[in-house]
Design a protein around this ligand. Structure first.
Ligand code: AN7
Length: 372
């Protein structure tokens, strides 16, 4: 057993009744979850106070992204089944998380990633945690095809979100949101890449609703990057490209799950430009105090785009007539899926470091006076 001074023992301990574990399951945890849900005052001001906005910051998970919620369940179950090696395809975060959890479990971990397309922080993590790194000349979609075929032949645990245990664990994000707010929000916005998370979150809301823990279901809003928006276009994208490398995915594995979440919730899946992603990335860091990775900023880029189009007002009026919502204005949660430290290169390129100064009081004074 792991000793800890904190009472929080991870998402399996907290949400056991909603997860596929038994007394026989060895729990592999890094005490993931219990992440902050923050009121976004600056964003609300930008929206002319027409909505109440919260940010669910998943960057405080042990490996810096939401993947840990699914990985604790997937690795625990793999260990229960007696597997000794795990594998995943990844745009970076899944590999960092898989490498860490396999390490704790005493399992080996192999990761298959698109060469040259993994943010430095994520690759450093996978390396540090001791994963076998297979960088391939291809896309994430190629990598996923390879691990799917390989795990059919060999007794290796597939740790991508096509593994249902991953989907189960990731539901805990919405359980935490509902527990904090006392009910489900009106709108739930998140970035979409391989579409495991939107599938999982919708499942989580439905299960909480059926269990009587919440009185309503939210409208689900998925956000893709314009250069990697197969779900918006309605067909796979052969050569996806975006600054948000985490969601640089052309043929999402959980395609049907994403469509189901969108349609059953009366929501939408939209695309935002890389420029809009960078604007949101800057705004979150400067004004909300949250340094997230570009893919996570897509949530907020989507929020701003839809707000400008009057989407929330329109949709909220419809919700009010349908379900007697008592709130004055819509309650919106944006999920910020990963930490900004994952991708220091994009930060340095986007925000540009000024030239070094001579080591004098005068030079520093002049630099400060420029912003006063
Ligand atoms: C920060 O790590 O697919 O739609 O291989 O890292 O469930 O795929 C990461 C995805 C959003 C999209 N935000 O979630 C991987 C990988 C961040 C991410 C997504 C990812 P899905």
């Amino acid at each position: 057993m792991r000793l800890s001074v904190s009472r929080w023992q991870g998402v399996i301990a907290h949400y056991r009744d909603f997860l596929p574990v038994t007394e026989k399951t060895p729990i592999v945890t890094l005490h993931e979850g219990n992440t902050p849900l923050l009121r976004a005052r600056w964003l609300e001001q930008l929206l002319d106070q027409k909505a109440e906005v919260y940010l669910k910051f998943e960057g405080t998970n042990p490996t810096g992204s939401f993947k840990d919620r699914g990985m604790t369940v997937a690795v625990s179950k793999a260990l229960e089944r007696g597997l000794t090696i795990g594998i995943c395809a990844s745009t970076g975060n899944t590999s960092a998380s898989a490498a860490a959890y396999c390490g704790v479990a005493g399992m080996k971990c192999a990761i298959v990633v698109p060469a040259g397309k993994i943010a430095a922080g994520k690759l450093s993590q996978a390396l540090a945690h001791g994963a076998i790194i297979c960088a391939v000349h291809g896309s994430f979609d190629d990598a996923l095809r390879i691990v799917r075929e390989l795990t059919k032949e060999l007794p290796i645990a597939l740790l991508n979100s096509i593994n249902p245990d991953r989907i189960e664990g990731q539901k805990t994000c919405v359980f935490e949101i509902c527990d904090a707010l006392g009910d489900a929000p009106d709108f739930h916005i998140l970035p979409v890449g391989n579409a495991g998370n939107i599938t999982s979150h919708w499942k989580g809301y439905r299960e909480y609703f059926e269990a009587g823990r919440i009185s309503q279901l939210p409208v689900m809003v998925g956000v893709q990057a314009e250069g990697a928006a197969p779900l918006v276009r309605g067909e796979p994208v052969p050569n996806p490209e975006t600054i948000a490398t985490a969601i640089r995915i052309g043929n999402p594995a959980s395609w049907q799950g994403a469509i189901k979440a969108r349609d059953e919730s009366g929501g939408t899946i939209i695309a935002v430009s890389d420029e809009a992603i960078v604007d949101a990335y800057r705004l979150l860091a400067r004004r909300e105090g949250l340094f997230v990775e570009p893919a996570s900023a897509a949530s907020v880029a989507g929020l701003l785009k839809l707000a400008k189009e009057g989407y929330f007002e329109r949709k909220f009026a419809q919700l009010k007539s349908e379900r007697r919502v008592e709130r004055e204005k819509p309650l919106i949660v944006c999920v910020l899926t990963g930490h900004g430290l994952k991708d220091p290169q994009t930060a340095l390129q986007t925000f540009q470091l000024p030239e070094p100064l001579p080591p004098t009081v005068d030079a520093v004074k002049r630099a400060i006076e420029q912003v006063m």
